[in-house]
Design a protein around this ligand. Structure first.
Ligand code: KG4
Ligand code: ZN
Length: 333
Protein backbone atom coordinates (compact mmCIF):
# COMPACT_ATOMS: atom_id res chain seq x y z
CA UNK A 1 0.00 0.00 0.00
CA UNK A 2 1.51 3.33 -1.03
CA UNK A 3 0.85 6.35 1.19
CA UNK A 4 2.03 9.88 0.48
CA UNK A 5 2.67 11.89 3.65
CA UNK A 6 2.87 15.68 3.81
CA UNK A 7 4.10 17.81 6.71
CA UNK A 8 4.12 21.61 6.57
CA UNK A 9 3.52 22.24 10.26
CA UNK A 10 6.44 24.58 10.84
CA UNK A 11 9.39 25.67 8.72
CA UNK A 12 10.24 22.55 6.69
CA UNK A 13 8.30 21.41 3.63
CA UNK A 14 8.32 17.64 3.70
CA UNK A 15 6.75 14.87 1.61
CA UNK A 16 7.39 11.15 1.91
CA UNK A 17 6.33 8.03 0.11
CA UNK A 18 5.76 5.00 2.29
CA UNK A 19 5.19 1.46 1.10
CA UNK A 20 3.47 -0.48 3.89
CA UNK A 21 2.56 -4.16 3.68
CA UNK A 22 1.40 -5.58 7.03
CA UNK A 23 4.15 -4.98 9.56
CA UNK A 24 6.78 -4.21 6.85
CA UNK A 25 7.41 -0.49 6.38
CA UNK A 26 9.55 0.81 3.55
CA UNK A 27 10.31 4.52 3.47
CA UNK A 28 10.65 4.86 -0.32
CA UNK A 29 11.43 8.59 -0.06
CA UNK A 30 11.48 11.28 2.60
CA UNK A 31 12.12 14.69 1.04
CA UNK A 32 12.68 17.69 3.32
CA UNK A 33 13.13 21.21 2.01
CA UNK A 34 14.63 23.30 4.81
CA UNK A 35 13.83 27.00 5.23
CA UNK A 36 16.86 27.55 7.42
CA UNK A 37 18.45 30.11 5.06
CA UNK A 38 15.28 32.23 5.00
CA UNK A 39 14.77 32.46 8.75
CA UNK A 40 18.31 32.49 10.13
CA UNK A 41 18.80 36.23 9.78
CA UNK A 42 15.74 36.82 11.97
CA UNK A 43 16.97 34.45 14.71
CA UNK A 44 13.72 32.45 14.57
CA UNK A 45 10.87 31.42 12.30
CA UNK A 46 8.83 34.21 10.68
CA UNK A 47 5.41 32.54 10.15
CA UNK A 48 4.38 34.59 7.10
CA UNK A 49 7.65 33.83 5.30
CA UNK A 50 7.31 30.16 6.24
CA UNK A 51 3.88 29.79 4.64
CA UNK A 52 4.95 31.63 1.48
CA UNK A 53 7.93 29.32 1.08
CA UNK A 54 5.72 26.25 1.64
CA UNK A 55 3.56 27.48 -1.24
CA UNK A 56 6.58 27.64 -3.53
CA UNK A 57 8.02 24.30 -2.45
CA UNK A 58 5.02 22.03 -1.91
CA UNK A 59 4.70 20.82 -5.48
CA UNK A 60 8.45 20.32 -6.21
CA UNK A 61 8.88 18.48 -2.90
CA UNK A 62 5.85 16.23 -3.53
CA UNK A 63 7.01 15.54 -7.09
CA UNK A 64 10.45 14.52 -5.86
CA UNK A 65 8.95 12.29 -3.15
CA UNK A 66 6.70 10.56 -5.68
CA UNK A 67 9.61 9.81 -8.01
CA UNK A 68 8.15 7.73 -10.82
CA UNK A 69 4.94 6.89 -8.90
CA UNK A 70 1.79 8.42 -10.34
CA UNK A 71 -0.71 10.01 -7.96
CA UNK A 72 -3.31 7.46 -9.14
CA UNK A 73 -1.13 4.70 -7.66
CA UNK A 74 -1.55 6.06 -4.11
CA UNK A 75 -3.85 4.39 -1.55
CA UNK A 76 -4.13 7.66 0.40
CA UNK A 77 -2.57 11.02 1.12
CA UNK A 78 -1.92 11.81 4.78
CA UNK A 79 -1.52 15.46 5.74
CA UNK A 80 -0.52 17.00 9.04
CA UNK A 81 -3.57 18.86 10.42
CA UNK A 82 -1.93 20.44 13.50
CA UNK A 83 -0.66 21.54 15.89
CA UNK A 84 1.65 24.03 14.19
CA UNK A 85 1.76 27.40 12.46
CA UNK A 86 -1.66 27.89 10.93
CA UNK A 87 -0.49 29.50 7.68
CA UNK A 88 2.03 26.69 7.14
CA UNK A 89 -0.47 23.95 7.99
CA UNK A 90 -3.00 25.41 5.55
CA UNK A 91 -0.62 24.99 2.61
CA UNK A 92 -0.08 21.24 3.14
CA UNK A 93 -3.70 20.56 4.06
CA UNK A 94 -5.14 22.52 1.11
CA UNK A 95 -2.73 20.83 -1.27
CA UNK A 96 -3.69 17.38 0.06
CA UNK A 97 -7.41 18.17 -0.08
CA UNK A 98 -7.33 19.40 -3.67
CA UNK A 99 -5.27 16.48 -4.97
CA UNK A 100 -7.42 13.92 -3.13
CA UNK A 101 -10.73 15.32 -4.29
CA UNK A 102 -9.67 15.87 -7.87
CA UNK A 103 -8.23 12.34 -8.13
CA UNK A 104 -10.70 10.49 -5.87
CA UNK A 105 -8.04 9.37 -3.39
CA UNK A 106 -8.76 9.00 0.37
CA UNK A 107 -7.46 11.85 2.54
CA UNK A 108 -6.24 11.29 6.09
CA UNK A 109 -5.53 14.04 8.65
CA UNK A 110 -2.77 13.33 11.17
CA UNK A 111 -1.86 15.06 14.41
CA UNK A 112 1.80 16.10 14.25
CA UNK A 113 2.47 14.70 17.75
CA UNK A 114 1.04 11.33 16.74
CA UNK A 115 3.58 11.40 13.91
CA UNK A 116 6.47 12.04 16.29
CA UNK A 117 5.34 9.20 18.58
CA UNK A 118 5.06 6.75 15.68
CA UNK A 119 8.45 7.72 14.21
CA UNK A 120 9.72 4.86 16.41
CA UNK A 121 8.25 2.45 13.82
CA UNK A 122 9.95 3.76 10.68
CA UNK A 123 13.22 1.84 10.87
CA UNK A 124 12.23 -1.58 12.15
CA UNK A 125 9.46 -3.35 14.02
CA UNK A 126 9.31 -0.58 16.66
CA UNK A 127 8.32 -1.01 20.29
CA UNK A 128 5.65 -3.42 21.49
CA UNK A 129 2.67 -1.95 23.38
CA UNK A 130 2.46 -0.41 25.86
CA UNK A 131 5.45 1.89 25.65
CA UNK A 132 6.42 5.25 27.09
CA UNK A 133 7.04 7.99 24.56
CA UNK A 134 8.91 11.21 25.26
CA UNK A 135 8.49 13.91 22.61
CA UNK A 136 11.15 16.60 22.86
CA UNK A 137 10.84 19.09 20.04
CA UNK A 138 10.84 22.82 19.40
CA UNK A 139 7.12 23.07 20.13
CA UNK A 140 6.52 20.28 22.65
CA UNK A 141 7.95 18.39 25.58
CA UNK A 142 5.48 15.71 26.60
CA UNK A 143 5.50 12.21 28.00
CA UNK A 144 2.88 9.70 26.87
CA UNK A 145 1.80 6.19 27.64
CA UNK A 146 1.11 4.58 24.26
CA UNK A 147 -1.27 1.63 24.33
CA UNK A 148 -1.79 1.12 20.60
CA UNK A 149 -2.02 2.90 17.27
CA UNK A 150 -4.66 5.53 16.56
CA UNK A 151 -5.21 7.85 19.48
CA UNK A 152 -4.43 5.31 22.17
CA UNK A 153 -2.09 7.84 23.72
CA UNK A 154 -2.40 8.95 27.33
CA UNK A 155 -0.54 12.11 28.27
CA UNK A 156 1.34 11.67 31.54
CA UNK A 157 2.89 15.13 31.57
CA UNK A 158 3.90 18.10 29.45
CA UNK A 159 5.86 21.30 29.65
CA UNK A 160 4.13 24.04 31.60
CA UNK A 161 6.07 26.72 29.74
CA UNK A 162 8.87 26.39 27.16
CA UNK A 163 9.49 23.21 25.21
CA UNK A 164 13.01 21.77 25.56
CA UNK A 165 13.91 22.71 21.95
CA UNK A 166 12.58 26.22 22.50
CA UNK A 167 14.87 26.58 25.53
CA UNK A 168 17.81 25.33 23.42
CA UNK A 169 16.99 27.88 20.70
CA UNK A 170 16.60 30.77 23.16
CA UNK A 171 19.82 29.99 25.02
CA UNK A 172 21.67 29.64 21.71
CA UNK A 173 20.42 33.09 20.77
CA UNK A 174 21.67 34.50 24.09
CA UNK A 175 25.07 32.97 23.35
CA UNK A 176 25.06 34.45 19.85
CA UNK A 177 25.11 31.01 18.23
CA UNK A 178 22.32 31.63 15.73
CA UNK A 179 19.30 29.58 14.72
CA UNK A 180 18.38 26.74 15.12
CA UNK A 181 20.26 26.56 18.37
CA UNK A 182 19.89 22.91 19.36
CA UNK A 183 22.60 21.45 17.10
CA UNK A 184 24.92 24.40 17.88
CA UNK A 185 24.63 23.95 21.66
CA UNK A 186 25.04 20.19 21.15
CA UNK A 187 28.37 20.80 19.37
CA UNK A 188 29.66 23.57 21.68
CA UNK A 189 28.82 21.52 24.79
CA UNK A 190 31.39 18.91 23.81
CA UNK A 191 34.11 21.50 24.49
CA UNK A 192 32.67 22.73 27.81
CA UNK A 193 32.45 21.44 31.39
CA UNK A 194 28.87 20.38 32.22
CA UNK A 195 29.59 20.57 35.96
CA UNK A 196 31.06 24.07 35.94
CA UNK A 197 27.79 25.97 36.51
CA UNK A 198 24.99 24.57 38.65
CA UNK A 199 21.88 25.69 36.76
CA UNK A 200 18.49 24.83 38.35
CA UNK A 201 16.61 21.64 37.51
CA UNK A 202 12.80 21.89 37.75
CA UNK A 203 11.86 18.32 38.68
CA UNK A 204 8.28 19.23 39.71
CA UNK A 205 8.03 16.17 41.98
CA UNK A 206 4.77 14.25 41.96
CA UNK A 207 4.06 15.13 38.32
CA UNK A 208 5.44 14.23 34.92
CA UNK A 209 5.27 17.88 33.88
CA UNK A 210 8.30 19.83 32.74
CA UNK A 211 9.39 23.45 33.04
CA UNK A 212 12.35 25.05 31.29
CA UNK A 213 11.68 28.78 31.54
CA UNK A 214 13.37 29.13 34.96
CA UNK A 215 16.48 27.51 33.53
CA UNK A 216 16.47 29.99 30.66
CA UNK A 217 16.19 32.89 33.13
CA UNK A 218 19.08 31.43 35.15
CA UNK A 219 21.22 31.50 31.99
CA UNK A 220 20.21 35.14 31.33
CA UNK A 221 21.18 36.08 34.90
CA UNK A 222 24.47 34.18 34.73
CA UNK A 223 25.48 35.91 31.51
CA UNK A 224 24.60 39.31 33.00
CA UNK A 225 26.67 38.61 36.13
CA UNK A 226 29.64 37.07 34.28
CA UNK A 227 30.51 39.36 31.40
CA UNK A 228 34.03 37.79 31.16
CA UNK A 229 35.73 36.42 28.00
CA UNK A 230 32.90 34.90 25.99
CA UNK A 231 34.66 31.94 24.38
CA UNK A 232 35.42 29.80 27.40
CA UNK A 233 32.42 31.03 29.36
CA UNK A 234 30.00 30.18 26.55
CA UNK A 235 31.32 26.63 26.21
CA UNK A 236 30.70 26.04 29.92
CA UNK A 237 27.30 27.75 29.82
CA UNK A 238 26.24 25.57 26.87
CA UNK A 239 27.46 22.35 28.52
CA UNK A 240 25.96 23.21 31.93
CA UNK A 241 22.62 24.29 30.41
CA UNK A 242 22.45 21.09 28.39
CA UNK A 243 23.29 18.99 31.45
CA UNK A 244 20.38 20.58 33.34
CA UNK A 245 17.90 19.85 30.50
CA UNK A 246 19.11 16.27 30.10
CA UNK A 247 19.10 15.52 33.85
CA UNK A 248 15.40 16.43 34.01
CA UNK A 249 14.41 14.55 30.85
CA UNK A 250 16.24 11.37 31.85
CA UNK A 251 15.12 11.46 35.48
CA UNK A 252 11.46 11.93 34.53
CA UNK A 253 11.59 8.97 32.15
CA UNK A 254 13.24 6.92 34.87
CA UNK A 255 10.41 7.79 37.30
CA UNK A 256 7.79 6.85 34.73
CA UNK A 257 9.50 3.52 34.05
CA UNK A 258 9.67 2.74 37.77
CA UNK A 259 6.12 3.82 38.56
CA UNK A 260 4.34 2.29 35.55
CA UNK A 261 6.50 -0.84 35.26
CA UNK A 262 6.62 -0.30 31.46
CA UNK A 263 10.08 -1.20 30.19
CA UNK A 264 9.91 0.22 26.66
CA UNK A 265 10.73 3.84 25.93
CA UNK A 266 10.87 5.86 22.75
CA UNK A 267 12.35 9.35 22.52
CA UNK A 268 11.56 11.46 19.46
CA UNK A 269 11.36 15.05 18.22
CA UNK A 270 14.25 17.30 17.18
CA UNK A 271 15.99 17.33 20.58
CA UNK A 272 16.11 13.50 20.52
CA UNK A 273 18.91 13.83 17.95
CA UNK A 274 21.08 15.46 20.66
CA UNK A 275 24.20 13.35 21.14
CA UNK A 276 24.50 13.82 24.92
CA UNK A 277 20.80 13.10 25.49
CA UNK A 278 21.05 9.89 23.48
CA UNK A 279 24.09 8.77 25.44
CA UNK A 280 22.45 9.46 28.82
CA UNK A 281 19.19 7.78 27.80
CA UNK A 282 21.12 4.72 26.59
CA UNK A 283 23.00 4.50 29.91
CA UNK A 284 19.77 4.78 31.89
CA UNK A 285 18.00 2.21 29.69
CA UNK A 286 20.85 -0.26 30.09
CA UNK A 287 20.91 0.18 33.86
CA UNK A 288 17.16 -0.36 34.16
CA UNK A 289 16.80 -3.11 31.53
CA UNK A 290 14.66 -0.92 29.28
CA UNK A 291 14.24 -1.32 25.51
CA UNK A 292 15.05 2.11 24.06
CA UNK A 293 13.99 3.43 20.66
CA UNK A 294 15.48 6.66 19.30
CA UNK A 295 14.98 7.23 15.56
CA UNK A 296 17.80 8.35 13.28
CA UNK A 297 18.16 12.16 13.31
CA UNK A 298 16.24 12.57 10.03
CA UNK A 299 13.19 10.88 11.62
CA UNK A 300 13.62 12.73 14.95
CA UNK A 301 13.18 16.17 13.40
CA UNK A 302 10.06 17.03 11.41
CA UNK A 303 9.48 14.66 8.51
CA UNK A 304 6.56 13.45 6.42
CA UNK A 305 7.37 9.73 6.73
CA UNK A 306 6.02 9.75 10.28
CA UNK A 307 2.81 11.45 9.05
CA UNK A 308 2.40 8.82 6.30
CA UNK A 309 2.86 5.97 8.80
CA UNK A 310 0.30 7.39 11.24
CA UNK A 311 -2.00 8.01 8.26
CA UNK A 312 -1.72 4.36 7.22
CA UNK A 313 -3.18 3.24 10.55
CA UNK A 314 -6.07 5.68 10.28
CA UNK A 315 -6.73 4.50 6.73
CA UNK A 316 -6.89 0.88 7.91
CA UNK A 317 -9.59 1.96 10.36
CA UNK A 318 -11.43 3.94 7.62
CA UNK A 319 -10.74 7.18 9.50
CA UNK A 320 -10.62 9.42 6.46
CA UNK A 321 -11.52 13.08 6.09
CA UNK A 322 -13.68 15.09 3.72
CA UNK A 323 -13.22 18.48 2.06
CA UNK A 324 -14.10 20.11 5.39
CA UNK A 325 -10.76 19.09 6.93
CA UNK A 326 -9.46 22.22 8.62
CA UNK A 327 -6.01 22.32 10.17
CA UNK A 328 -5.72 23.82 13.64
CA UNK A 329 -2.84 25.63 15.30
CA UNK A 330 -3.78 24.07 18.65
CA UNK A 331 -4.84 20.49 18.29
CA UNK A 332 -4.80 18.21 21.31
CA UNK A 333 -3.67 14.67 20.71
O1 KG4 B 1 10.81 18.14 15.93
P1 KG4 B 1 11.38 19.40 15.35
O2 KG4 B 1 12.12 19.29 14.05
O3 KG4 B 1 10.28 20.48 15.14
C1 KG4 B 1 9.20 20.67 16.00
O4 KG4 B 1 8.20 19.93 15.89
O5 KG4 B 1 9.34 21.56 16.86
O6 KG4 B 1 12.33 20.01 16.48
C2 KG4 B 1 13.06 21.19 16.27
C3 KG4 B 1 13.81 21.51 17.57
C4 KG4 B 1 14.53 22.85 17.53
O7 KG4 B 1 14.23 23.54 18.73
C5 KG4 B 1 16.01 22.47 17.46
O8 KG4 B 1 16.86 23.42 18.06
C6 KG4 B 1 16.00 21.15 18.22
O9 KG4 B 1 14.82 20.50 17.80
N1 KG4 B 1 17.17 20.32 17.90
C7 KG4 B 1 18.11 19.96 18.79
C8 KG4 B 1 19.09 19.23 18.08
N2 KG4 B 1 18.70 19.13 16.78
C9 KG4 B 1 17.51 19.82 16.68
N3 KG4 B 1 18.22 20.23 20.10
C10 KG4 B 1 19.31 19.76 20.76
N4 KG4 B 1 20.28 19.06 20.15
C11 KG4 B 1 20.22 18.76 18.83
N5 KG4 B 1 21.21 18.06 18.25
ZN1 ZN C 1 7.77 18.32 15.21
Amino acid sequence: MLILGIDTSCDDTSAALLDVEGPAVNVVSNVISSQFEIHKKYGGIVPELASRRHLEMIWPVVREALGGTGIEGLSAIAVCKGPGLIGSLLVGASFGKSVCFSKGIPLVGVNHLEGHILSAFLEGAGPGFPFLSLIVSGGHTSLYMVEGFRKKFRELGRSRDDAAGEAYDKVAKLLGLGYPGGPKIDALSREGDPKSIRFPRAYLPGTYDFSFSGLKTAVVNFLRDHPGPADERNRDVAASFQAAVIDVLVRKCEWAIRETGVRRLSVSGGVASNSALKERMRGMAEKRGVELFIPSPVFCTDNAAMIAFAGYHHLLASETEGPDLNPRAYLPL
